[in-house]
Structures are given as structure tokens and as C-alpha cells.
Design a protein around this ligand. Sequence first.
Ligand code: GUN
Length: 280
Amino acid sequence: MSAIIIDGKAVSAKVRGEIAEKVAGMEKKPGLAVVIVGEDPASKVYVRNKAKGCAEVGFYSEVHELPESTTEEELMALIDRLNADERINGILCQLPLPKHLNEKAVIDRIRPDKDVDAFHPVNTGKIMIGDYDFLPCTPAGVMRLLEEYGISPEGKNCVVVGRSNIVGKPQAMLLLQKNGTVTVCHSRTPDLKAECRRADILVVAIGKAKFIDADYIKPGATVIDVGMDRDENGKLCGDVDFESVKEVAGAITPVPGGVGPMTIAMLLTNTLKAAEIADK
Ligand code: GUN
């Protein structure tokens, strides 16, 4: 029997529709500033999609495209200006930054109450204790998908593969908050296959095309693929070998069309929340 295909595009559309409805009733529209430094083509596509997502729900948005040669002082000056700008509720600085810029210093400079990526140490700390305003967009998108499909982490073995600050670590915290029993695996995990095979909910974020095949999957498990990779033909694919895994899993996210579309929906959710808090 083939797995249920978790439709991230449909859930994203639903979330964005809910946001648009709220924004229609707001006098002052939420505002998002997106900053991009340099010419990375993938980053440019992401930034364009974020601006488009804002327009579709009725947000005000600005895109600041800075040249590769931008100095840290110049970037910090822009962030300071956006921090002080009342039209702007959320600031997102697209990562990765060019090598000569210090990502950590830039993240630290964004006001925590405008940090709609939830990357600032104040916001990551708040997530740790379960008292937060913003969640990082990718793990939040995963949680919303699970919720929409009635898949509760409570009483389940949840395995997260990958321990990045952006996905793996916060994902583990969120599953734990929902009473999952959470294992975090990474490149030094001795028997990754055995760990994955215990998972009722498996979240994979390692950045290796089609790395997780059917052999890693417990029959009936929910498999969430956070990967955005290219296969041997240059086609977009995930970290999970979708064709083989869908025959074993109970539910699975495709790539594209799974977690990806949720991230912008969660960014818009965070920006709306920032605006609501600012207008209180
Ligand atoms: N680059 C890849 N994903 C992200 C993200 O979620 N936020 C930012 N700021 N940059 C990214």
C-alpha cells in the first residue's frame, strides 16, 4: 500500500488564506524587509518568492539587494535603520552571506521582536523553554503539516536526522514540546539506519540527495523530507528516496510540494504576529 502524500502546497495555501483574511481587517499592514547580499541565484529565487508571498497576503514589503562588496558596517547600518523603521515588523537577512560577512554578528543585530526567522539567541532561548513568539520557519512548517494531517508526536518515537541551528535542533525541541520521544541523529551517529528504523515520525534534514531509502523506514512511519537537493539529472529532489520510501511509509512529504511551500507561510505567520505584538 502506498503512503498518504502530505500536500504542503495545499496547507500553505490554507495558512496564507487565513493570513490574508486577517490582514484585510488591519488598518496598518504588516511590513517585512528582506535583505540579500550578493548574487547567489538560489537565494535570489527565495527572496523573490518571499516578496511575492507578502504581496499576495496584503503585506507591505521591501527587498534590499546589496552588492557582494558590501561591508559589515554598511550591512549593520541598514539593519539598524530597519530596526528603527515603524513600517517594518519583520527583518529577514537571507543566508548564506558572502564569506567576508559575519553571519552571527548580523543575526545578533536584528531586534529580537523583528526577528521573523527566529535565529536570534533570545528567540532560540525562548524556544528552548517553550515560551516563544516566533518559531523558525522550516520546523514550524513541519509541525503545522503534522497537525493538519492529525499526526501527533505524543507517545511516538520521533527521529530527527540533522542538527543544524536552523532545522534539526529547533525541530527536536518542538517535537519534544508535543510530547514526542526524540532522538537527534547526525553524521557521527554509529548506526543511523537502526535509529531511523525505530522512528514513527522521521524528519530528515541532511542535504544529501535521496540518501534515506526504504531500508531506513519502519512500515507505516511518517516521513518528513526537509531536503532541497538535485539528483543526478539536476532535477530537484529531497534527502529521501521518495519512490521507494512511499511504498513503506504511512505518510510522506514530496519534494517539491512538501515542506518547501510551508516555509513562506510560516514566515508570513511570524510577520503577522510581530505586527500584532507591535500594535498592541
Ligand atoms: N537561507 C535558507 N533558508 C533560510 C531561512 O529560513 N532564512 C534565511 N534568512 N535564510 C535562509
